[in-house]
Design a protein around this ligand. Structure first.
Ligand SMILES: O=C(O)CCC(=O)C(=O)O
Ligand SMILES: [Fe+2]
Length: 307
């Protein structure tokens, strides 16, 4: 069992004249991936390795600074966007049964003028990559709706405010430093599923593993030029469990291997006020606004991390 690779060329960013039969073909491929595995690699999405490298490079410089220089940009320093900003090593436990994750991250959740940025370049590079990820996500959401025989705009309509403070979509840059010592059962990133609608992941190197239906973890390798897309929990609920949100993790490198790792995850969320009800008309899950749903999930993660 491995994660399927789909060629997204016909609907890649910048492609204006996609044909109905090409969309149909893509929707069949995404449907199979999202109902069976919950993850898919998209080749030829339009987002290039050069764009990804540019973000990773400037972020690495940020992460490698002394702690004192990163503190002014800490998560929770920005009242209107509490998720925005830098998160230090071992602060999060994505699996609450394990010690804190051996990763640092920088969340880009808001472009509000009050937010302080490490530099003007840092802001511009993040703003432009965020925008590209947003455009690709909307294309993927469209194909997903088509694949379920729904109004093609049904998911997109609930994602009208990505990039504003009324929507929790976040670009998260992750840096996994060399592992010198680790606590018992500690991982780079504990087992978890994502909270929102879909996630785009760009990996600088291997390390991610995804739980297959058999219960076994399978590798989600860094496929050159591809973006990994996965279903998150709110989308599983929205589709009344047609699309599956599956558990994934990042293990420690083998002992003595001092490699670092970088990745970029674009966590897509519907607008805070969007009411999410099962798209098949069933009442398998009660309607909930995306804002309430994600706030609940964040509180769980960070309460446990602090406890
Ligand atoms: O580092 C990665 O490749 C993925 C991390 C992840 O799954 C997450 O932050 O939700
Ligand atoms: Fe994740």
């Amino acid at each position: 069992m491995s994660i399927p690779v789909v060629d997204f060329r016909s609907y890649s960013l910048g492609e204006k004249d996609v044909r109905a039969d090409q969309l149909q073909e893509l929707s069949g491929e995404l449907k199979q991936a999202f109902t069976e595995i919950g993850f898919v690699f998209l080749q030829n999405s339009g987002i290039t390795p050069e764009e990804v490298n540019k973000v990773m490079e400037i972020d690495k410089k940020f992460f490698l600074q002394p702690e004192g220089l990163k503190h002014p940009f800490s998560r929770q320093s920005f009242p209107k966007s509490p998720n925005h900003g830098w998160v230090s090593l071992e602060t999060e436990k994505l699996n609450p049964k394990r010690p804190g994750d051996l990763k640092e991250s920088f969340n880009t959740s808001s472009f509000h003028p009050d937010i302080k940025w490490p530099s003007a370049d840092f802001l511009e590079i993040h703003r432009s990559f965020f925008q590209r990820c947003k455009e690709l996500s909307l294309r993927v959401l469209r194909v997903m709706a088509l694949s379920l025989g729904l109004d093609p705009d049904v998911f997109i309509r609930a994602h009208a405010l990505i990039g504003t403070d009324e929507n929790k979509t976040t670009l998260r840059s992750l840096y996994y430093p060399p592992v010198k010592t680790a606590k018992e059962n500690q991982l780079r990133c504990g087992e978890h599923s994502d909270y929102g609608s879909i996630t785009l992941v760009f990996q600088g190197s291997d390390g991610l593993q995804v739980c297959a239906r058999s219960g076994e973890f399978i590798a989600a390798p860094a496929v050159s030029g591809a973006v990994l897309v996965n279903i998150a929990d709110l989308m599983q609920r929205w589709t009344a469990d047609r699309f599956i949100s599956v558990c994934h993790r990042v293990l420690l490198p083998p002992e003595g291997d001092s490699c670092t790792r970088q990745s970029l995850a674009f966590f897509v969320h519907p607008d805070d006020e969007a009411l999410i009800s099962c798209c098949d008309g069933s009442s398998k899950y009660p309607p909930i606004t995306a804002g309430d749903y994600v706030t609940q999930r964040f509180n769980e993660t960070y309460e446990q991390a602090e406890g």
